[in-house]
Ligand binder design. Structure first.
Ligand code: NZQ
Ligand code: ZN
Length: 386
């Protein structure tokens, strides 16, 4: 294991009915609340009313309309309101997009300048308002990590602000809230969980045995319960296991003792910056092609280990097992109703070269990823997905 630090200060309230502790738990962070939510699903599902019931006695200002792949415009608006109204705590009620926007808002509220500066340079985050959330869609792990991914349509950039000040202080995780998540989002969220774990699993360092086993456990959970949640949206066992898998998948635990840049996420972030597609959909399309592109004599042992410990594939032929594991991953995404090609989501080859360069420019994939990826490599991966 490599040396590491690990300090996650998030108060997690997990389980059915935990929204009922919001009123009491939020009080220690402030009474003046900015309530941030998305396009209205929380009003349709009745969650909004439950939250407002809990917020009796608080001074609440609302910021609705956070879009999937949240935009810097919403963040600027939120930060402005916080300053104007003297907001004390930012409460996100929504999925990863709403939580991410709320983090940038909380940082922007304590920054004397344009919040986009913080996205471009996370070290500029010197303070943030406390952040709380009631999670309605589980995938990103944002509820227990210090990252927020924000898009700037003017510059066609989708970048992460990541700073310890941005850990949520309080996250309410009630799996029953996930019952209404639409099938497409359930599938995309499962792909996102799988990708997060693969990004941390496929790293060059081999001495973190315990982390590999933890990763495989989370992967098995996502492969088992993703289809179950799709089949029966109100399956509590499936939703609760998936929900915690998502949180563990990206609460910084699985990368401890290993480290290294991710591979597929930086490429997907460019795709969704250019085409505004659903994050998990982009990952499902890209991941099998990335796996095939980086499979080599040097990497096949780890891919075979993945095939064996996650899918039980073990013929004794390392290369064949590695390939079978990749095929199983692709078949799984297709079985979840996710697209296999960029063509299926309306993306043609016109911008492949530009996006490939952008993925390398905005990340460390050319020198710190599992297998270093040049613009030519990324271009080839796009072509394989065509
Ligand atoms: O906007 P509303 O009306 O709430 O509808 C949302 C949205 O349309 C809907 N939804 C959410 N919960 C629901 C629901 N509909 C019915 N019932 C519910 N209970 O689902 C749609 C998608 O929501 P969104 O928040 O966009 O999804 P997700 O949680 O997948 O977040 C995706 C964003 O997170 C970023 C992605 O890039 C993307 O911008 N990521 C954040 C990360 C992080 N902070 O660590 C890491 C990830 O790798 C990722 O990049
Ligand atoms: Zn992701």
């Amino acid at each position: 294991m490599r040396p590491f630090t690990y300090c996650v200060p998030t108060d997690i309230r997990f389980g059915q009915g935990t929204v009922s502790c919001l009123g009491e738990a939020l009080g220690k962070y402030g009474r003046k609340v900015l309530l941030v939510y998305g396009g209205g699903s929380i009003k349709k599902t009745g969650l909004y009313d439950k939250v407002m019931e809990q917020l009796k006695g608080y001074e609440v200002t609302e910021l609705p309309g956070i879009e999937p792949n949240p935009k810097i415009g919403s963040v600027r608006e939120g930060a402005r309101i916080c300053k104007e109204k003297g907001i004390e705590v930012v409460l996100a009620v929504g999925g990863g997009s709403t939580v991410d926007a709320s983090k940038a808002i909380a940082g922007g509220a304590c920054y004397d300048g344009d919040p986009w500066d913080l996205v471009l340079d996370s070290s500029k985050v010197k303070a943030a308002l406390p952040i709380a959330d009631v999670l309605t869609m589980s995938a990103t792990g944002s509820e227990m990590n210090p990252g927020g991914v924000i898009s700037n349509p003017e510059t066609k950039e989708k970048l992460e602000v990541n700073n310890p000040h941005l850990y949520p202080s309080l996250s309410i995780l009630d799996p029953t809230i996930l019952y209404t998540v639409p099938p497409k989002q359930t599938a995309a969220g499962t792909a996102d969980i799988i990708s997060h774990v693969c990004e941390q699993y496929f790293q060059p360092y081999d001495g973190a045995y315990i982390m590999d086993r933890l990763c495989e456990g989370v992967l098995q959970t996502a492969f088992k319960y993703g289809p179950a949640a799709l089949k029966k949206p109100d399956d509590y066992e499936a939703r609760s296991n998936l929900m915690w898998a998502a949180t563990i998948g990206l609460n910084d635990l699985l990368s401890r003792g290993k480290g290294g840049e991710w591979s597929v996420h930086p490429i997907e972030h460019v795709l969704s910056a250019y085409y505004d597609i659903t994050h998990g959909v982009g990952l499902a399309i890209l991941t099998p092609s990335w796996m095939r592109h980086v499979l080599s004599e040097k990497t096949e042992a780890r891919f075979a280990m993945y095939a064996k410990n996650v899918f039980g594939i073990d013929t004794g032929d390392t290369r064949k097992d590695a390939e079978a594991g990749i095929d199983r991953t692709e078949e799984f995404f297709v079985s979840m109703g996710l697209p296999k090609t960029l063509h299926e989501v309306g993306i043609g080859p016109e911008k492949f070269e530009e996006m490939a360069k952008e993925a390398v420019r905005t990340s460390r994939i050319s020198w710190d990823a599992y297998v270093h990826l040049s613009p030519e490599d990324v271009l080839e991966i796009f072509r394989m997905c065509e």
